[in-house]
Design a protein around this ligand. Structure first.
Ligand SMILES: *[C@@H]1O[C@H](CO)[C@@H](O)[C@H](O)[C@H]1NC(C)=O
Ligand SMILES: *[C@@H]1O[C@H](CO)[C@@H](O)[C@H](O)[C@H]1NC(C)=O
Ligand SMILES: *[C@@H]1O[C@H](CO)[C@@H](O)[C@H](O)[C@H]1NC(C)=O
Ligand SMILES: *[C@@H]1O[C@H](CO)[C@@H](O)[C@H](O)[C@H]1NC(C)=O
Ligand SMILES: *[C@@H]1O[C@H](CO)[C@@H](O)[C@H](O)[C@H]1NC(C)=O
Ligand SMILES: *[C@@H]1O[C@H](CO)[C@@H](O)[C@H](O)[C@H]1NC(C)=O
Ligand SMILES: *[C@@H]1O[C@H](CO)[C@@H](O)[C@H](O)[C@H]1NC(C)=O
Ligand SMILES: *[C@@H]1O[C@H](CO)[C@@H](O)[C@H](O)[C@H]1NC(C)=O
Ligand SMILES: *[C@@H]1O[C@H](CO)[C@@H](O)[C@H](O)[C@H]1NC(C)=O
Ligand SMILES: *[C@@H]1O[C@H](CO)[C@@H](O)[C@H](O)[C@H]1NC(C)=O
Ligand SMILES: *[C@@H]1O[C@H](CO)[C@@H](O)[C@H](O)[C@H]1NC(C)=O
Length: 512
């Protein structure tokens, strides 16, 4: 009896065990399948030189409605450095310039160089997305020196990208070469066939149609707009006929209490400079209308393929821009808000609509945020940024934002500036009217702080060891450098923070 009972019990137990095993197998399978269904898609739209301070988002009405109103608008989004190639290198690698070592737009400054390819590019965020079985697509401008023969030409396709439709060199709208998955494709200037903003959108739509529904996708779209040469689509060439650059804030103001480069422009600006910058301002806006169409068509496509609710869309820029601020005609590369602050709009699962978020976030945070969403264990990544998923979607993640951060810039220079040959070496981009936008000693590092003090503190590596300090609460346009008025103890605190940040790496850039 005892043995039969035990046999019965045994049988019942083993039946139960196999039921449990079956159940567990089903559960794991189910979980895995739910996970693969649930892993969110992502789209990152990275514009070129789009400001937020001068109203750069104004022409982008559909973008604001479809991304910002449907999600979060960050009012304090910053670039770690206001120049295309170093900033884009930060967006890809999640590192400050002192860690990715891309210091300017030239090969010699590591822009798309062999050192970049062998180092930071191997650990850029697409590499990790690919490990998570994301299907990835890149279209448009990559790094300013990408595709040049010196560093592998169009045959070099960085790791992690499945579909690669990328511009050789700097932003162009027509007459360019693309690397299409490693093969050169030459384009002319037929709007229907070649307009770059439209072309990358079209290719991304094809990619979405041909994707495998089992795995999530990541699409990165980098239109040339609103970078020079500001070539609008035919339909938009007469738009904004009456628009001029805004005249408020620091427009056409002298920069007498600022670093030497800000003391050289003629003030007030000559009419020729004003006409030039107004024209540039209008044309920039015209090119953005095609970007606005891009966003609309992408969102429509996501709706059609029933992926809109499971897709994060990020919209941002590599750096800001100025048109006449402190009498500098047009460029970026300065430490002021107009050049370092960028637009950042995000919609997606867990993000409540119509939010404006004040938490300071940076371009180096984008890869951490993207990989956090993708389910990568981000604590193992060698990156300086931090995920801002907790700020956008507190129901999904907890976390705090940083109290302050670093902005660092290395000035570019020419031996002789073709725009103003009568000037000596050391300066660059002296156009129009021989006003220089950059110089080798326009090399600076700043701490921007929000908690305790809403302050910007900057030190220059120039002959004067120049320091600029702004009270961003009372003086949002940075009209008055308060370095001589402020408590020396505060200057010392800021100097110490700056020194630490300039050599920070990973955790030491975040745990402040
Ligand atoms: C967001 O705000 C705008 C303007 O107030 C409103 O029209 C829109 O319906 C809101 N959208 C959502 C999703 O709440
Ligand atoms: C370029 O990057 C490499 C490491 O990736 C570094 O050793 C080198 O100093 C950098 N060059 C410049 C000019 O910063
Ligand atoms: C690279 O080399 C190819 C073949 O020699 C040449 O046709 C092409 O113009 C070069 N491209 C650039 C950007 O120099
Ligand atoms: C494209 O190149 C052709 C041939 O050099 C030139 O005639 C045309 O003006 C260029 N188009 C644009 C938009 O620059
Ligand atoms: C993009 O697709 C649209 C719609 O099919 C087409 O009209 C347009 O010519 C295409 N543009 C480019 C540059 O491929
Ligand atoms: C510059 O433009 C202003 C405003 O349009 C005009 O009043 C002024 O006469 C112009 N100056 C010169 C030197 O043309
Ligand atoms: C992430 O990686 C860290 C460091 O290796 C480890 O301690 C932690 O347990 C990991 N977290 C998860 C959720 O796997
Ligand atoms: C965030 O923290 C709160 C309080 O500690 C906790 O109740 C909540 O579950 C956490 N949320 C997430 C997404 O971890
Ligand atoms: C870029 O940086 C390198 C290395 O410091 C320097 O040699 C080169 O002149 C810089 N390029 C420009 C345009 O300033
Ligand atoms: C910066 O460099 C320029 C060009 O060499 C020079 O004229 C200027 O005096 C320098 N200014 C400072 C403050 O170092
Ligand atoms: C900035 O201005 C605010 C408001 O007047 C003031 O409370 C704060 O002390 C100022 N900060 C500094 C560093 O002067």
């Amino acid at each position: 009896m005892a043995s039969s009972l035990s046999r019965k019990t045994h049988r019942r137990v083993s039946e139960k065990a196999s039921d449990l095993l079956l159940f567990l197998t089903l559960l794991t399978c189910l979980l895995r399948c739910t996970q693969c269904v649930k892993a969110s898609n992502m789209i990152l739209i990275l514009t070129d030189d789009l400001d937020v301070e001068l109203g750069g988002m104004t022409p982008l009405k559909k973008t604001k409605a479809l991304i910002g109103d449907a999600g979060a608008t960050f009012s304090r989004a910053y670039t770690a450095t206001p120049l295309c190639c170093p900033s884009r290198s930060s967006i890809l690698s999640g590192k400050y310039p002192h860690n990715h070592m891309v210091h300017n737009n030239s090969f010699s400054g590591n822009c798309s160089s062999k050192a970049w390819q062998a180092g930071p590019e191997m650990q850029a965020f697409p590499v990790y997305l690919s490990k998570k079985y994301y299907q990835t697509f890149y279209g448009g401008k990559y790094l300013n020196q990408y595709g040049m023969n010196e560093t592998g030409g169009v045959g070099h396709v960085p790791p992690g990208w499945d579909q690669w439709h990328v511009l050789v060199g700097n932003s162009q709208y027509y007459n360019y070469t693309l690397s299409v998955n490693g093969k050169a494709e030459v384009h002319k200037d037929d709007y229907e066939k070649d307009y770059l903003t439209d072309l990358i959108l079209n290719r991304s739509l094809t990619f979405l149609d041909s994707r495998s529904p089992q795995h999530p996708f990541f699409v990165m779209l980098c239109p040339p707009a609103p970078h020079s040469p500001w070539t609008a689509a035919p339909a938009y060439q007469n738009s904004f006929a009456d628009v001029k650059a805004p005249r408020d804030g620091s427009f056409n103001k002298p920069g007498n209490d600022k670093h030497w480069l800000l003391r050289q422009p003629v003030n007030p600006m000559p009419n020729s400079s004003i006409d030039y910058l107004d024209n540039a301002f209008r044309k920039r806006w015209q090119t953005l209308l095609s970007v606005d169409d891009m966003v609309e068509k992408l969102v429509k496509k996501l709706e059609d393929i029933k992926e809109l609710d499971n897709t994060y869309i990020f919209f941002t820029s590599d750096n800001g821009y100025h048109t006449g601020q402190f009498s500098l005609p047009i460029d970026k590369r300065q430490l002021y808000e107009f050049d370092i602050r960028v637009p950042l709009l995000v919609r997606g699962p867990g993000i409540k609509p119509n939010q404006t978020l004040q938490d300071p976030v940076m371009n180096i945070d984008l890869p951490m945020t993207i990989l956090d969403i993708a389910g990568v264990n981000i604590s193992i990544l060698d990156m300086d940024g931090q995920s801002f998923l907790p700020q956008m979607a507190p129901s999904l993640r907890n976390g705090t934002s940083r109290p302050y951060f670093l902005v660092e810039y290395t000035g570019e220079h020419f031996t002789k500036d073709p725009d103003c040959p009568k000037l000596g070496p050391g300066v660059a981009y002296c156009f129009p009217d021989c006003v220089c936008e950059d110089a080798f000693n326009n090399t600076y590092a700043c701490v921007r702080t929000f908690k305790d003090n809403n302050l910007q503190y900057c030190e220059f590596a120039d002959d004067e060891a120049f320091v600029e300090v702004y009270n961003m609460t009372t003086d949002p346009h940075q009209l008055e450098n308060i370095v001589k008025k402020v408590d020396p103890a505060l200057l010392q605190v800021m100097n110490q923070r700056l020194i630490k940040l300039q050599s920070c790496k990973g955790d030491s850039c975040r745990n402040l």
